[in-house]
Design a binder for this molecule. Structure first.
Ligand SMILES: NC(=O)c1ccc[n+]([C@@H]2O[C@H](COP(=O)([O-])OP(=O)(O)OC[C@H]3O[C@@H](n4cnc5c(N)ncnc54)[C@H](O)[C@@H]3O)[C@@H](O)[C@H]2O)c1
Length: 266
């Protein structure tokens, strides 16, 4: 057991991850891309993991000139052994990769259910497992799990996604309890609908499942429960991830930072 770092002073400097290595999954687009860039701005060497090689190349180009660096690592996270290996030696782990299918339970394809659980729950477990020995060894580590409002609330037609995110919440809390005495925090961030390809791709499915024309889905399905009537931007989610990696958040662990425009206030 190592001694956790002391509390920061009242006016600790902003995030400095110089000399730190961060691994971000699903970094080729959307929230993961924004997180990778934000952590590179803070000086981290970012291992950017995704199965989309083209998106990773574009990310690496965008990161040129930032204080840190982005190293593309093409990997399909359904290869769980490779995922665990890839996490070795990282100081910051952002479990972000995800996928969505909107279908009623009785029509939900079992193979897709299995893949969603593998990528969004089992891979985070294996990545945490791979990252912890180094984090524990140095007495410092940050695990941030990109969950969702759907880690806390269900919506119809999203059985696999809601099940995976609720599971991720439990995994994150367990990692927090085990990691605390080693200086490792683990938290979730829980956005409502973010302006990313994942949301754009589900508009058609949502329209079909709810029996609505596609142009009504945004207002009547996605933003129905949000008090703030807009999508959140990926960069806003990345800022919350950055906060959880900083010295000001060393006492924040085992919790869920909800960015939902008031959805769960209902
Ligand atoms: N977009 C939203 O509204 C929203 C809201 C709440 C939470 N989230 C969560 O945020 C995370 C990122 O979502 P996003 O909206 O940026 O989605 P996105 O589709 O833009 O990005 C997801 C990334 O994950 C990658 N990925 C998927 N399966 C993979 C696999 N098997 N191996 C490697 N990479 C894989 C994709 O290639 C993609 O680059 C997800 O966990 C999602 O559940 C999204």
């Amino acid at each position: 057991m190592t001694t956790p770092p002391a509390a920061p002073g009242p006016h600790a400097p902003s995030l400095d991850l110089g000399g730190r290595t961060a691994l971000v999954t699903g970094a080729a687009g959307g929230i993961g891309r924004a997180c990778a860039l934000r952590l590179a701005v803070a000086g981290a060497k970012v291992r950017a993991v995704d199965r989309d090689a083209t998106g990773l190349e574009a990310l690496a180009e965008s990161a040129a000139g930032l204080p840190g660096a982005v190293e593309p690592h093409v990997l399909d996270l359904t290869d769980l052994d490779a995922a665990e290996l890839a996490a070795a030696g990282t100081d910051v782990l952002v479990n972000n990769a995800g996928l969505q299918l909107v279908r009623p339970l009785e029509e939900f394809p079992p193979d897709v259910f299995h893949t969603v659980l593998t990528v969004m729950l089992e891979a985070p477990f294996r990545l945490i497992r791979g990252a912890l020995p180094h984090m524990y060894g140095q007495g410092w580590g940050r695990i941030v799990n990109v969950s969702s409002v759907h880690g806390l609330r269900a919506s119809p037609y999203k059985s696999a996604y809601v099940a995976a995110k609720h599971g991720l919440e439990g995994l994150s809390k367990t990692a927090a309890l085990e990691g605390a005495s080693h200086g490792v925090t683990s938290n979730c961030v829980n956005p409502a609908y973010v302006r990313t390809p994942l949301v754009e791709k589900q508009l058609t499915d949502q329209a079909r499942a709810h029996g609505l024309p596609e142009e009504r889905v945004l207002a009547e399905v996605l933003l129905r429960d949000s008090a703030v009537k807009r999508l959140i931007e990926p960069e806003e989610v990345a800022e919350a991830v950055a906060y959880l990696c900083g010295p000001q958040a060393s006492f924040v662990t085992g919790t869920s930072l909800v960015l939902d425009g008031g959805w769960t206030a209902h």
